[in-house]
Design a protein around this ligand. Structure first.
Ligand code: ATP
Length: 314
């Protein structure tokens, strides 16, 4: 049995709209998700025992059954008990490059890589739709992370419609190192503030989702109109995260003032990104941002938008 080294890219949200509350107590969402080439490296090695073990040196990432990568392996053992008994456990090595609890789906990307890796190690032959179905039980972003690229996500985020990718564009991303935002808190706070005006009927959910599918942002993406995409970036969660975290709000304002095509918080934050026409522009904005906010606590990255989900490392 061989080992696999997999690249697990992060994602940003070009669009995040909270439509309402579902009967399963999750939020109904419409999002446009985009992979970027900032990625973790995951190595999956078959084990001589039945155990799942996770190794990661990042201080904020647990190497326990709480790790999403562990949960993914454990789920595969439960889904395919006979095959698992035959092949044994796995050792999962995570080299973290995606900032943790940053709204960039780092944990979800790791879990997606484990599903893809175990599919190969155990020679299960699962198709991408089959893998996505298993992934949906682990978390809303995990199905997207498998195939990556650019996609409209509806439901909890697990129903995906791929749209043409945008690989010529780039982003500069920034986050205060010690700042993290809890995703459940962000959605809970949004519900508390805006929940009274949520529609409750399935018809309204469908209408909102359809209007995004045929709306101006998707059209701008299809026609690869960078400036128009930049203008139409949207994230409902900014309405609760920015007032609660003034550092995020200030970072967003500063980044927007420096230029680029458009600035937005990703997911539940606290990472803020500026969409740029090229990697060169992103690198130049990174330098300007570091000069403007001379705070050693601020981490800044650049990345290209990517059409890839989980893939083999060279
Ligand atoms: P999302 O954008 O999907 O909401 P996120 O980028 O905000 O995710 P993660 O980086 O996935 O957040 O981390 C969220 C929490 O999950 C952290 O507190 C971290 O300790 C925990 N965690 C568990 N497994 C992992 C993992 N493999 N990588 C990163 N964090 C993990």
């Amino acid at each position: 049995m061989r080992s696999y080294r997999l690249i697990a890219p992060a994602k940003i949200n070009l669009y995040l709209e909270i439509i309402g509350m579902r009967t399963d107590s999750y939020h109904e969402l419409v999002m446009i998700l985009q992979s970027i080439d900032l990625a973790d490296l995951i190595e999956i090695r078959p084990s001589v025992t039945d155990a799942i073990k996770v190794y990661c040196e990042h201080p904020e990432v647990p190497c326990t059954p709480d790790n999403l990568a562990y949960k993914a392996a454990s789920l595969m053992q439960r889904q395919f008990p006979k095959i698992a008994a035959n092949y044994g456990g796995v050792n999962i090595f995570i080299e973290k490059h995606i900032p943790v609890a940053a709204g960039l789906a780092g944990g979800s990307a790791n879990a997606a890589a484990v599903l893809v890796g175990i599919n190969m190690i155990w020679e299960l032959g699962l198709t991408q739709p089959e893998l996505r179905e298993i992934a949906a039980t682990l978390g809303s972003d995990v199905p997207f992370c498998i195939g990556g690229g650019t996609a409209i996500a509806t439901g909890r985020g697990e129903k995906l419609d791929p749209i043409p990718d945008l690989t010529t564009l780039a982003v500069v991303l920034a986050k205060y190192r010690s700042l993290s935002v809890s995703t459940p808190w962000a959605y809970g706070a949004y519900r508390e503030e805006f929940g009274v005006s949520y529609p409750t009927d399935a018809q309204s959910f469908l209408k909102r989702s359809q209007s995004v599918h045929s709306g101006p942002l998707v059209q701008a993406i299809v026609s690869r109109d960078g400036p128009q995409i930049g203008k139409l970036l949207h994230n409902d969660l900014e309405k609760v995260v920015c007032p609660e975290y003034p550092q995020v709000s200030h970072l967003r304002q500063t980044m927007a003032s420096l230029g680029g095509l458009g600035t937005m918080m990703s997911g539940s934050g606290p990472t803020v990104f500026t969409l740029c026409a090229s990697l060169e522009e992103a690198q130049s904005l990174k330098t300007q941002l570091i000069n403007e906010i001379a705070n050693p606590e601020l981490d800044v990255w650049t990345a290209k938008l990517s059409s890839s989900g989980i893939h083999l490392a060279q």
